[in-house]
Write a protein that binds this ligand. Structure first.
Ligand SMILES: Nc1nc2c(ncn2[C@@H]2O[C@H](COP(=O)(O)OP(=O)(O)OP(=O)(O)O)[C@@H](O)[C@H]2O)c(=O)[nH]1
Ligand SMILES: [Mg+2]
Length: 231
């Protein structure tokens, strides 16, 4: 007695819940074939729901498309934009017949004309409203800057969409360990005040792969079980 067991330091990027089995399930799901399914440029062209969906939301340039590419281990499934805010459509990517990854258009870019903001709201709110297959929205936050006012507006909107969302910090490779810990803590405090926000916050890098196994593990738990996979 009196002897404390030595604890491994917890990786910043880990949610603390990943097990070897869940990591393997994540690896397996994201090793499956991924392909572009469809794009919706307006509320009327949103496809009917089929597979369980994960939506990726976040400010323009936060790294949504890069993260989806990194998760599936491809360099160009999703086009990475050179001009922020250019993509004003929702892109759907099917993963192994078990899940749909949904790349939402970015918000919050400088000097967005009013019509663009209104179009974004109409498209994204229509998608989020009553999307029966949506399992979770991943709200990406730039790990260098933390939560911004435009993210707060989106969080309030997501609070009303009745679907859980989870904050994931991007570009962790650009942030020092201490600064990242500070941003994680601040984001955690803020998420705790939002009813629909998941308590676990992760940090990832599409560039060096940090945090990707843990995020894949989290998402795999929300996919169609292998046993129910459609032929
Ligand atoms: N350092 C670093 N840069 C990244 C990372 N992920 C993306 N970037 C860069 O950030 C920029 C924006 O990346 P995108 O993936 O296009 O961002 P997006 O959120 O899809 O942008 P929109 O489609 O305009 O909303 C690009 O220059 C990427 O190379 C990362 O993990 N680390
Ligand atoms: Mg993009």
């Amino acid at each position: 007695m009196g002897h404390q067991p030595a604890h491994e330091p917890k990786a910043l990027s880990a949610s603390g819940t990943a097990t070897p089995a869940s990591l393997e399930a994540g690896r397996l799901l994201f090793a499956a074939e991924s392909k572009f399914s469809t794009a919706a440029g307006g509320p009327d062209s949103i496809p009917r729901p089929t597979l369980p969906e994960i939506a990726f939301a976040g400010r323009s340039n936060v790294g949504k498309s890069s993260l989806i590419n990194a998760l599936v281990g491809r360099t160009s499934l999703v086009r990475v934009s050179r001009t922020p805010g250019r993509t004003q459509q929702i892109n759907f990517f099917e993963l192994g017949g078990r899940m749909m990854l949904v790349d939402l258009p970015g918000y919050g870019f400088a000097k967005a004309p009013k019509q663009v903001v209104a179009a974004w709201n109409a498209l994204v709110e229509t998608y989020l409203r009553g999307r029966t297959t949506l399992q979770r929205t991943i709200l990406l936050i730039d790990g260098r800057h933390g939560i911004k006012d435009s993210d707060r507006i989106t969080m309030s909107m997501l609070d009303m969409s009745a679907v859980q969302y989870q904050l994931v910090l991007t570009k962790a490779d650009k942030v020092g360990v201490k600064a990242l810990a500070d941003v994680l803590a601040a984001a955690g405090n803020e998420a705790a005040r939002h009813p629909a926000a998941h308590p676990d916050i992760m940090a990832v890098s599409a560039w060096n792969g940090d945090g990707l196994p843990e995020l894949r593990a989290t998402l795999a738990a929300l996919a169609q079980p292998l046993s129910e996979k459609r032929p």
